[in-house]
Design a binder for this molecule. Structure first.
Ligand SMILES: [Zn+2]
Length: 347
């Protein structure tokens, strides 16, 4: 029997639960809408009942007093025969892992993550406690940022240092392709790069369910960026490879994304994300008629984000990801001048 091929995106619900509220999605699988204090105003977390009273939580939200209060209420109002028994984080970004250390301390559960994603937030935390490193400064000036822009970034860092609760000192490592059991189901761990170095999604074949994390989102495209810690990386190649890999899952898979609404139509959504990046690559190639630096290209590719306050780093990171991919595909060259200034030109 062949699964019906989905040709469009079908949301399971038209609207999400209210901020901070829950909704049963499937028997034993509850959706928690956790508010975020960013432009991205929420993250979806999932509670899965193991059947023996244990409950697995996927992702935590950011470390904010409101989020702590939300989990305190939720844990306190769980049925008497249920208790949190496991915490899984899809990746190390603050909206997913922000309260992992706090929950582990509070409830005494183990944290399950991939290695790179457990390490990354701890590096960022250390970095956040120090002044901007010379290599980081060189990265930004090399791509065209002015001293004034750098001074502003340094100031923003002072005002808002990295405030995540520290991660637990130990964790249980998850690896690509292994099978894990939680929520009364068997899941294959799918570790992919692009958005984060070792982002984990979880696929349950029996119920055709994909806990996608940020790898596949329903309406927005996950950030794929080049950042100062890996100035020569090509994350878009990794991301596009992950789309090809995930497209091998059945078309009627129910996708549970970390942001937006759960949906059916995995192949359609993957095709949309792939063509979104293809269009960005073509637009960037057009902008490279004359050699240009990352900042100038970012203004051309993301004019709205570059005009908004505080979005320069993300827009530059995304621009560089597309530029490095064009270089990898031999559609562009990357030149570095003696003073460290980087320019790109189309081939
Ligand atoms: Zn993320």
């Amino acid at each position: 029997m062949h699964a019906k091929v989905e040709t469009e995106i079908k949301y399971l619900f038209d609207t999400p639960p209210e901020p901070g509220a829950t909704r049963v999605l499937l028997p034993g699988l509850t959706w928690v809408r956790v508010p975020l204090p960013f432009v991205l105003n929420h993250v979806n977390c999932w509670l899965l009942e193991d059947g023996d009273g244990g409950v697995t939580l996927i992702d935590t939200g950011a470390d904010k007093p409101e989020t702590r209060a939300l989990w305190e209420t939720l844990f306190a109002t769980m049925p008497e025969n249920q208790a949190l028994s496991r915490l899984i984080c899809t990746h190390g970004h603050p909206d997913h892992v922000g309260l992992a250390g706090w929950i582990v301390d509070k409830v005494g559960v183990k944290l399950h993550m991939t290695l790179a994603e457990w390490l990354a937030p701890q590096v960022w935390r250390l970095e956040g406690m120090q002044p901007m490193q010379p290599a980081t400064r060189a990265f930004f000036t090399g791509h065209g940022l002015s001293e004034a822009a750098l001074a502003q970034m340094a100031k923003a860092k002072e005002v808002a240092p990295f405030r995540n609760h520290p991660l637990p000192a130990n964790f249980i490592r998850m690896r690509d392709n292994e099978t894990v059991t939680f929520g009364g189901r068997s899941w294959k761990v799918l570790v992919n790069g692009g958005h984060a170095d070792e982002h984990a999604s979880f696929y349950c074949k029996d119920d055709s369910l994909l806990i996608a994390g940020d790898q596949i989102l329903s309406r927005i495209s996950p950030v794929v960026g080049v950042f100062p810690s890996q100035p020569h990386s090509d994350p878009l190649t990794d991301y596009l490879a992950s789309l090809k890999r995930l497209r091998k899952l059945p078309a009627d898979t129910i996708v549970l994304p970390s942001h937006g609404l759960p949906f059916r139509g995995l192949h359609t959504r993957i095709d949309q994300l792939a063509s979104h990046h293809a269009a960005r690559l073509d637009a960037l190639w057009d902008l490279m008629a004359e050699p240009a630096n990352g900042l100038k290209l970012a203004h051309g590719l993301f004019p709205r984000a570059m005009a908004a306050e505080g979005q320069t780093v993300m827009a530059l990171a995304e621009t560089l990801a597309h530029a490095h991919h064009l270089v990898a595909k031999k559609r562009a060259t990357r030149m570095v001048a003696k003073d460290g200034a980087v320019t790109f030109a189309r081939v």
